[in-house]
Design a protein around this ligand. Structure first.
Ligand SMILES: Cc1cc2nc3c(=O)[nH]c(=O)nc-3n(C[C@H](O)[C@H](O)[C@H](O)COP(=O)(O)OP(=O)(O)OC[C@H]3O[C@@H](n4cnc5c(N)ncnc54)[C@H](O)[C@@H]3O)c2cc1C
Length: 364
């Protein structure tokens, strides 16, 4: 197991406990991103923010709280570290109890199915496997905006280690991670400005859903700058390992799972990869195709979704007919220009292909 993310550690523990010889290489975050620097610490902070918001309204609930409720950053950080530390310790115990060989160090492939692991002291060891799974996750991405790197911006990871609450903060990117930070920090009294390149927050959501989240953030005091040219800090960066629907890479018996395999970037999606891998390594053919992956944006209040948004559903109207046109073109080796320039009956869904294939929509 190269990297101990959600999929990798779950599979490593299962297989080792079942008596197989398993080595898991982890470069330092026991339990992976989720536990150390993502879902768990952020949701711990979200809970504190919610409690603060509720405490401010205590009188409405008939509770007389003396003084003004406020954040104590040292206690807040200590609680977050306690939650994370307890989970990390529990994971380490479970890893060792499973019987796996836990190799702490940085792995890199030397030949297919063989990695070299270098630990902090520079000691190297080589590990080979009949099967190898890559589950190395992603890292926060700092976009190439002039001057940004020199300004040493915080990322979703480094912000969690702050020793004091900033007076103000600019969040580049209004995706789900940006919105979650904007929500909790605004409630905690930080002056938040969210800069989003697209015209709406959470671009995958319907406009009315996004507007509703924007309204809540604004009500909490955040300033939203939408349609501004900046990239998202919250976007994860790194190379994606190409896999097929069975999570197989191009190399024999080398598999990949989680963020690094292009799986939707959620812990529960990576966990589903683990189940798929477990079946497929044992000879099964469980596919990632058409799986429904729900998700939640932990703003206050939360936004949850599974399946198509209303906009996507409307766009998908009669797509089965339209796709058959593309299929015929592919079967007949028809160049796209011929489809683009054909005279297609109006009003039909298929005529949308002309717009879709026009220069305005195609990548240069
Ligand atoms: C701020 C934030 C909040 C999030 N909140 C949520 C949430 O609420 N709910 C949710 O579902 N998802 C959330 N996510 C996304 C979620 O954290 C990821 O999708 C998930 O952790 C991906 O898991 P993974 O299995 O791909 O691997 P990861 O958990 O990323 O683990 C990869 C592991 O590989 C190790 N590694 C990397 N390279 C090497 C190497 N060369 N050698 C050895 N080890 C290596 C890393 O140290 C790491 O431990 C959040 C993400 C962020 C950034």
């Amino acid at each position: 197991m190269v990297g101990g993310g959600k999929a990798g550690k779950s599979l490593a523990m299962d297989l080792a406990a079942a008596g197989q010889r398993v080595a898991m290489v982890e470069r330092g975050m026991i339990g992976g991103t989720c536990i150390n620097v993502a879902c768990i610490p952020t949701k711990t902070l979200v809970n504190s923010a919610r409690l603060l918001a509720l405490a401010r309204r205590a009188a409405q609930f008939g509770i007389d709280l003396p003084g003004t409720p406020a954040v104590d950053i040292d206690l807040l950080r200590a609680r977050k570290e306690d939650v994370v530390g307890t989970m990390v310790a529990g994971q380490r115990k479970s890893f060792l109890a499973s019987g796996m060989d836990l190799a702490i160090g940085e792995a890199h492939f030397v030949v297919p199915r063989t990695v070299e692991v270098t630990d902090d002291a520079g000691t190297r060891r080589t590990l080979s496997g009949t099967n190898v799974v890559v589950n190395t996750g992603m890292a926060p991405f700092v976009p190439d905006i002039p001057g940004l790197r020199a300004a040493q911006p915080l990322t979703s990871t480094s912000i969690l280690a702050l020793k004091s609450l900033p007076r103000s903060i600019i969040i580049l990117g209004g995706g789900y991670i940006g919105c979650e930070f904007a929500s909790m920090l605004s409630i905690m009294g930080v002056q938040v400005t969210v800069v989003q390149r697209r015209g709406q927050l959470l671009p995958r959501e319907d406009a009315d859903m996004s507007a509703s989240v924007a309204g809540t953030l604004a009500a909490d005091g955040a300033t939203l700058v939408l349609g501004a040219e900046a990239a998202a800090v919250s976007r994860a960066g790194g190379l994606v390992v190409r896999v097929d629907e069975f999570l197989r890479t191009a190399a024999d018996n080398v598999w990949a799972a989680g963020d690094v395999a292009g799986t939707p970037q959620f812990t529960h999606a990576s966990w589903n990869d683990y189940r798929i891998l477990k079946a497929n390594i044992a000879g099964g053919s469980w596919s990632t195709k058409d799986r429904l992956i729900p998700y939640c944006v932990f703003t206050t209040p939360e936004l949850g979704r599974v399946g198509l948004s209303e906009t996507e559903a409307l766009h998908g109207h009669e797509s089965s007919e339209v796709i058959a046109v593309i299929q015929m073109a592919m079967l007949g080796d028809v160049p796209y220009q011929q489809l683009r320039d054909a005279v297609i009956t109006h009003p039909t869904m298929a005529e949308g292909l002309q717009l879709l294939l026009s220069d305005a929509f195609l990548e240069p």
